[in-house]
Write a protein that binds this ligand. Structure first.
Ligand code: MN
Length: 360
């Protein structure tokens, strides 16, 4: 597979704010530089985007286990809990939601974060406490994010990158480490269903099974240990299902009182929108989350025929091919109508061009 390994030049505005090592040029050595920085480190902070998904959780689990095996002192941090299905992975019990104000690290590994502003607010301050900042991601990034930036946009999940890293570092990938890696694959390929289910992802899954990972064991943890509150919330959210006249648009709503009355947390609604998208004939699903006042967070999920980004542009927002998330103001009925009209408009191909300066 044609891999793009990008290493960006350090700039004075890099997140650690240090200017210790020389400029890094582009080439295939990003992973080796991450490995070298980890080799030299003792205390390593591991984090990812807030409101973590299974990719962040699985990567955190695997990194904790691998770094412990190397005799390091990893600290796994996120301001928010891991999703319930991913909280029982090996090493995930080490997750902390608070760092001592003076906690200092030799290196900070940031995984799957896509944008620096998704993590910067909770990284240790001053930046010198972070040590060398290692940015490991499969999302394109904008602007400098780390002292060493390793981006592989072909990787289906963090697990693919970490498996290569661990092997390069001579870590024996056992079933413990493998479970976290496998969990990232499940998370980001939707259980080996999405377009991201590449040959490389399936090959890695097979390798991990050979190393002792039990797919049914991981799948049970991820899919079959749901909190009762989540299933109660699902029942309420699905009860709001509406399908547009054309049959191409389906929408569900999560009201604040649904959360209050089921005692569920907002992140538990993750994935519910897929029930709406999964209806035969539906091209675009939306979930409206009530935020209070007249604010609603809109999540769009497409099956690919109508791009979520196109629908987002019609309502003045932005998004990707398969998904978009943005805020809208209005009544629930107004927003549903607006989105339904936008989906029909996008279906006809009547879409404003993307802004030139925004590569999505
Ligand atoms: Mn990911």
């Amino acid at each position: 597979m044609d891999r793009t390994l990008a290493v960006e030049m350090r700039t004075p505005s890099s997140p650690s704010g240090r200017s210790g090592h020389g400029p890094v040029t582009s080439g295939g050595d990003a992973m080796r530089q991450v490995a070298e920085a980890l080799r030299q480190a003792r205390r390593v902070l591991i984090t990812g985007h807030a409101d973590p998904d299974g990719d962040v959780a699985g990567a955190g689990s695997a990194l904790v286990c691998a770094l412990r095996a190397l005799g390091k002192e990893p600290v796994l941090f996120n301001p928010d809990p891991f999703p319930a299905g991913y909280s029982h992975l090996p090493g995930a019990d080490a997750l902390v939601h608070r760092l001592p104000p003076d906690a200092a690290f030799d290196a900070t590994v940031i995984v799957d974060a896509a944008r620096l502003d998704r993590v910067e607010s909770f990284l240790p301050r001053p930046a010198s406490l972070r040590g060398t900042v290692l940015w490991v991601d499969h999302h394109a990034r904008s602007g400098p994010c780390g002292d060493i930036e390793w981006i592989d946009s072909d990787a289906a999940a963090m697990g693919e990158m970490l498996y290569a890293l661990f092997r390069h570092m001579g870590v024996t990938v056992d079933a413990q480490i493998g479970m976290g890696l496998y969990a990232t694959l499940i998370a980001d390929t939707g259980g080996f269903r999405y377009e991201s289910t590449t040959r490389a992802a399936l090959r890695l899954a097979a390798d991990l099974v050979e190393l002792g990972v039990k797919p049914w064991e991981v799948a049970q943890q991820v899919y079959e240990r749901q909190p009762l509150e989540r299933v109660r919330l699902l029942a309420r959210v699905l009860g709001t299902l509406r399908v547009g006249k054309s049959g191409r648009f389906a929408c569900v709503t999560m009201a604040l009182r649904d959360l209050a009355e089921t005692m569920a947390s907002p992140s538990m609604s993750d994935g519910m929108i897929n029930h709406a998208r999964g209806i035969d004939g539906v091209e675009m699903a939306a979930q409206l989350d009530e935020m209070g006042g007249d604010r609603w967070r809109v999540t769009l999920r497409s099956r690919g025929g109508v791009e979520a980004g196109a629908v987002a542009r019609i309502v003045g927002e932005r998004g990707h091919k398969y998904g978009a998330t943005f805020m809208l103001h209005g009544t629930e009925a107004e927003i549903v109508r607006r989105l339904e009209d936008a989906v029909d408009q996008a279906w006809r191909g009547d879409v404003p061009p993307p802004p030139a300066d925004r590569g999505m």
